[in-house]
Design a protein around this ligand. Structure first.
Ligand SMILES: [Zn+2]
Length: 317
């Protein structure tokens, strides 16, 4: 795959070399391509020239001329990468719904916290055509820039597909198929999609995501996954279920960055602790999100956030 890509670049460069005034630049790039082909022949292609460990696969895919792993970039490369990440982070934040957005009959609070500059977590709130609100939360496999790029892709797809007004199960089938056909084989995402109408009815589908908690009084019910993550198989089917919320009842959604967070002893925060907290917490969306964050911080102690973290609380008014 890389060899074809390099040979293709070589051919384009030779064509470009004919353009007046570009000979020097083209000669330099040709040398780099030939050096990469040389590394391939020597069996060291894709290994860091400093530490000889494999270079991050997504970076090699983006630039087959890369010669150093992230830990061994030159100061100039490091600066360029930091600027790219800063830009990617700004773009990603722009994709998120505005925090003060209001929907008819529903009150929603959220917390979105990338572990690094960019996140593989996804959430969105999209108004439907008939006064409903679609709420989505997901987690793209992997971390860092590659996961963030897929998150943007997912966001664009869902904002388009929601406008078609399909039932939730069919929406998930479409999004899974498009995701599957437009990404690499190992790329997939867990996703919960809910469509809440002002009557209190929510149609919800869980594709391989940790179960949202349905909080009704002291009762906590889990909405377990009914399907595999999206993008694993192009022809996957998804079923949805209907839940009805009375005024004051709430759905609490989160990514694995919450329940798989570990303390210094290596113990996971876990869904039991989250359920117990949800059963006793104040029933305002913002209050319950804050209570989760506060309890998680207490549990983690000095241990840092290892994964992206997203929490979404959806309460019927
Ligand atoms: Zn290295």
């Amino acid at each position: 795959m890389f060899r074809d890509q390099l040979l293709d670049r070589r051919q384009k460069l030779e064509t470009a070399a004919a353009t007046p005034g570009r000979a020097n630049e083209v000669t330099r790039l040709l040398r780099e391509v030939d050096a990469a082909l040389g590394r391939m022949n020597a069996g060291v292609f894709g290994l860091c020239a400093t530490c000889h460990d494999p270079i991050e696969p997504e970076r090699l895919l983006a630039d087959p001329l890369t010669q150093f792993c992230l830990d061994h970039l030159t100061p100039n490369e490091q600066r360029a990468l930091e600027q790219d990440l800063e830009l990617a982070s700004r773009i990603q934040r722009e994709l998120l719904p505005k925090p003060d957005v209001r929907f008819d009959g529903w009150e929603i609070a959220q917390h979105y916290q990338p572990a690094g500059p960019v996140s593989g977590d996804y959430y969105d709130l999209i108004p439907g055509n008939a006064g409903q609100v679609y709420f989505l939360i997901g987690d793209v496999a992997g971390k860092g820039v590659a996961a963030a790029m897929l998150m943007s892709h997912l966001s664009a797809m869902l904002r388009t597909l929601v406008t078609v007004g399909l039932p939730v199960g069919q929406l998930m089938e479409r999004v899974s198929r498009v995701f599957c056909e437009s990404t690499l084989p190992a790329q997939y995402a867990t996703l919960v999609c809910g469509c809440a109408s002002s009557s209190g009815e929510i149609e919800v589908c869980n594709a391989g995501h940790p179960p949202p908690l349905l909080i009704c009084g002291d009762e906590i019910a889990r909405l377990d996954a009914t399907g595999l993550p999206i993008g694993m198989f192009c022809s996957e089917r998804f079923s949805s279920q209907i839940v009805r919320l009375a005024p004051g009842e709430m759905l609490l959604l989160y990514t694995d960055g919450l329940i798989e967070a570990q303390n210094a002893a290596g113990v996971e925060y876990g869904i039991e602790r989250l359920s117990a907290l949800a059963a006793s917490a104040n029933r305002q969306p913002k209050a319950i999100v804050d209570a989760c964050l506060h309890d998680l911080a207490g549990f983690r102690g000095a241990t840092g956030l290892a994964d992206d973290l997203t929490i979404l609380a959806v309460r019927r008014l």
